[in-house]
Ligand binder design. Structure first.
Ligand SMILES: Nc1ncnc2c1ncn2[C@@H]1O[C@H](COP(=O)(O)OP(=O)(O)OP(=O)(O)O)[C@@H](O)[C@H]1O
Ligand SMILES: [Mg+2]
Length: 181
C-alpha cells in the first residue's frame, strides 16, 4: 500500500511511530500486527514479531560489518536452537546481492559507512530480503535514486510478494509528480 505526501507532512514520523520510536507517544488509536496490539512493545520486540522499517536516512555504524549485522538480525528472530547456518546465510546473501546488483565486498564493510545514498537504499532492501519480515515500511525508498536503482529496489520488494508479506511504501509526492510528467 503506498502513502504519498509532500515534504514535512509527517511520513517519517508515522513510520517511526509504528516501529516504536520511544520519542513519540501515541495518544489515540492502536497499532496491530497480525491481530496483536504492538503499541506497548519496545522497538526490538516489534522487529522480532516481523515489523521492519527501511529508514529514510539509514544510520552509519562503525565497528559492525554489514554481514555481522544481517546475521544478528536474522538470528534475533529465530529460536536459540534454530540459528541460521553460515552456509545458508552465505547462499542467501550471494543470491540477494546478485539480485540487487550489489558488490560482495560490502559484506565486510561497516554498516552503511561511507555508502552513497543509493547504496544505503539498496542496503535497506538487502536487509528486507535477508530478514524476511512480515510487514515492511519503506520510507522514501525512492528519493535520491536514479531510475535504474529504482528498478533494482522495486525488483527486491516485488521478490518478497506472497500471502505472508505486506508492505507500506512511502513515496515523496513531488518525485511522483515529476515522474508522471
Ligand atoms: N502528527 C503530528 N503532529 C505534530 N507534528 C508532527 C506530526 N507528525 C509530524 N510532525 C512534525 O512534522 C515535522 C516533519 O515530519 P516528518 O519528518 O515526519 O515529515 P516527512 O513527511 O517524513 O518529510 P520528508 O518528506 O521531508 O521526509 C517534524 O518536525 C515532526 O515532528
Ligand atoms: Mg521523511
Amino acid at each position: 500500500m503506498p502513502i504519498m505526501g509532500p515534504n514535512g507532512n509527517g511520513k517519517s514520523t508515522l513510520s517511526e511511530t509504528i516501529m516504536g520510536r520511544s520519542a513519540y507517544h501515541v495518544t489515540q488509536g492502536n497499532i496491530y500486527l497480525d491481530g496483536t496490539s504492538i503499541i506497548e512493545m519496545p522497538v526490538d520486540e516489534r522487529a522480532r514479531r516481523g515489523l521492519f522499517l527501511a529508514m529514510q536516512y539509514p544510520a552509519e555504524i562503525q565497528g559492525v560489518t554489514n554481514g555481522e549485522f544481517l546475521r544478528a538480525a536474522i538470528n534475533a528472530r529465530r529460536p536459540e536452537d534454530q540459528q541460521i547456518s553460515v552456509r545458508q546465510f552465505l547462499q542467501e546473501l550471494d543470491r540477494n546481492l546478485e539480485l540487487l546488483d550489489m558488490s560482495t565486498d560490502m559484506t565486510e564493510r561497516y554498516l552503511n559507512e561511507g555508502f552513497c545514498g543509493g547504496e544505503k537504499k539498496r542496503n535497506e532492501i538487502l536487509q528486507l530480503l535477508m530478514i524476511k519480515p512480515a510487514f515492511a515500511i519503506l520510507d522514501e525508498i525512492d528519493s535520491g535514486l536514479d531510475i535504474d536503482a529504482l528498478k533494482v529496489v522495486a525488483k527486491g520488494d516485488n521478490s518478497m510478494r506472497g500471502d505472508n508479506f505486506g508492505s507500506l511504501i512511502i513515496l515523496l509526492f513531488e518525485y511522483v509528480k515529476l515522474t508522471c510528467l
